[in-house]
Design a binder for this molecule. Structure first.
Ligand SMILES: Nc1nc2c(ncn2[C@@H]2O[C@H](COP(=O)(O)OP(=O)(O)OP(=O)(O)O)[C@@H](O)[C@H]2O)c(=O)[nH]1
Length: 531
């Protein structure tokens, strides 16, 4: 279910990755793409219009969080609007103060009412209720037997007219069933009513008569999600003809588009209370707008991760980190430590990884880092003096031995860390030249990489221009400038790769640079301690 919509939306958001901030054009283009995706998913036009208007307004309203990048912000807004359109809060069954609680099912023939009666009965029984199913569909010859079969499978008793009593009166059956429930201590009665192939006055009248006779606590309109736009029209007709309190959507498993689910609440104003997703009795659950929205966005726990990042990192903290990284001062081991503790605040590394869909190659790289590694690195840095943290070049052999002893690690651990730190520092210097890709809240974040590319292109252009003009004497210099520009571009491309990290880890830059992977620098700066 929702596969088409999910795929489309995922593609839409991918194009926002690596952007520094949302321009008016980004908002318009993304909104246009989302609009198409919704229309393709068969969502009703008025719903699409409202949805897009809200999303655009909020995206423009710059409720910008420093902890989220533009793609994440857009996903967050779309997610919240989806939850809204699906009904906001989950709506629970309301039970009568004086049992039995009467639930009446109404809907077209084949919408799945009989199956749903069994599913709902079983679901309620699992919550310690004692439901009674009622066969008030006396229209279709086989309907009573069908409910009895379903009841048997669900192990829920069924109230049906005695065989041989003629066709019977569904209103009378419904009335009697409530008495029966009272006598036998059933706290819930679920009445299955007759459906027709199309909306029809006689069917509506019968349903209205049953309603008037038993005064249900809840009337559920059962609708087949696979009928697409028709579901919305039928829902409106039943609302006018019988009225209902909530909707039960069936056959969601068969609808790749999901338009009905997204339109019905908005059009009818009635909440979706249950969702049926298969022929088996277990394929049924209460409907939760927030979970459904996450599913549509195919974000799973990414939303949790995004929220966690937002909750965990104070804006001031992110800003501080951003300004440290943007300053001309060199990246120090203290900054390194601070970045690492920011990651640790989000939770165990492995569970963070688990929250990220499609980690692909980055998963391999980061999975080399586990919490014990982070703890070891932290211990090593904490055993250094402030001067050593500021300037690790002074860490000679005896200092390394002292640090290893102080942190309960091996000299090789200290060597490894310092080595990787220098590589990270080099990387940071390069990034600062061109901007920092992907760091949430970084001035010029994401666009930094682009800015760097621009710079590199400008340098290339300059070099070329120089060549044309001078004819040659400065050839060597120009060649060097050209080479430098190419190197810069390569570096930027390397930076861009980082921003391929899925949203939620801020394009990867929340990971302490140099951790885990990357080329190892040469060790010539260091002498191994004498044993
Ligand atoms: N795939 C799928 N099939 C379903 C679902 N719910 C019901 N069905 C099937 O849809 C068909 C019709 O379901 P019924 O429960 O008989 O529908 P009804 O509304 O009671 O029909 P009438 O009694 O004729 O009014 C049956 O074959 C069910 O197995 C669902 O969620 N997914």
């Amino acid at each position: 279910m929702f596969e088409t919509l999910s795929d489309r939306l995922t593609t839409v958001f991918t194009s926002l990755r690596g952007k520094g901030r949302l321009s008016e054009e980004d908002i318009n283009t993304t909104a246009r793409e989302i609009r198409l995706a919704l229309l393709e998913a068969d969502v009703a036009l008025p719903v699409v219009r409202d949805f897009i208007a809200h999303v655009k307004e909020r995206a423009r309203g710059a409720e910008v969080s420093k902890a989220l990048n533009p793609a994440q912000q857009f996903i967050k807004i779309v997610n919240e609007e989806l939850v809204q359109i699906l009904g906001g809060e989950s709506r629970e069954l309301s039970f009568s103060k004086t049992p039995p609680t009467v639930i009446m099912l109404a809907g077209l023939q084949g919408s799945g009412k009989t199956t749903l009666a069994g599913k709902l009965g079983k679901w309620l029984a699992s919550e310690r209720d004692t439901p009674l199913l009622v066969a008030a569909d006396l229209q279709r010859p086989n309907a009573v037997t069908q409910l009895q079969v379903v009841g048997e499978r669900a192990e829920i008793p069924v109230f049906a007219p005695e065989p041989g009593n003629g066709v019977g009166d569904p209103v009378e059956v419904a009335r009697e069933s409530v008495e029966q429930a009272r006598r036998n201590n059933h706290n819930v009665v679920i009445i299955d009513t007759a459906g027709r192939l199309g909306v029809d006055e006689e069917m509506m009248q019968q349903a209205a008569d049953i309603r008037d006779a038993v005064q249900p606590d809840e009337i559920l309109f059962v609708v087949d999600a696979m009928i697409g736009q028709d579901a919305v029209n039928t829902a409106q007709s039943f609302l006018d003809g019988v009225g209902y309190d909530a909707v039960a959507l069936t056959k969601l498993d068969g609808d790749a588009r999901g338009g009905a689910a997204l339109s019905i609440r908005h059009i009818t104003g009635k909440p979706i209370m249950f969702a049926s997703t298969g022929e088996k009795l277990e394929d049924f659950d209460a409907f939760h707008p927030d979970r459904m929205a996450s599913r549509i966005l195919d974000m799973g726990d990414m939303l949790t991760l995004i929220e966690q990042a937002q909750r965990t990192f104070e804006e001031s903290e992110v800003e501080k980190m951003a300004s440290t990284l943007a300053s001309d001062d060199d990246f120090t081991l203290d900054d390194f430590l601070e970045q690492m503790s920011m990651i640790r605040k989000l939770g165990p590394i492995n569970s963070l990884l688990g929250m990220m869909p499609g980690m692909g190659q980055m998963r391999d790289q980061i999975s080399n880092v586990d919490d014990a590694d982070l703890d070891r690195i932290t211990a090593v840095i904490r055993s250094m003096t402030p001067a050593e943290r500021r300037n690790p070049k002074i860490i000679n052999g005896s200092r390394r031995l002292r640090i290893a002893n102080g942190s309960g690690t091996q000299v090789s651990d200290v060597n490894g860390l310092v080595t990787r730190f220098f590589e990270a520092q080099k990387m940071m210097r390069q990034m600062k030249n061109g901007g920092m890709p992907g760091m949430p809240g970084m001035p010029g974040s994401g666009s930094g990489a682009g800015g760097g590319k621009k710079k590199a292109k400008a340098q290339q252009k300059k070099a070329k221009k120089g060549k044309q003009r001078s004819g040659n004497p400065l050839k060597a210099k120009q060649e060097e400038a050209e080479k430098e520009a190419q190197r810069q571009q390569r570096r930027e491309e390397g930076g861009d790769q980082q921003s391929q990290l899925p949203p939620g880890l801020g394009g990867g830059s929340q990971l302490p640079p140099g951790m885990g992977s990357g080329p190892q620098p040469d060790l010539s700066d260091f002498k191994l301690p004498k044993k």
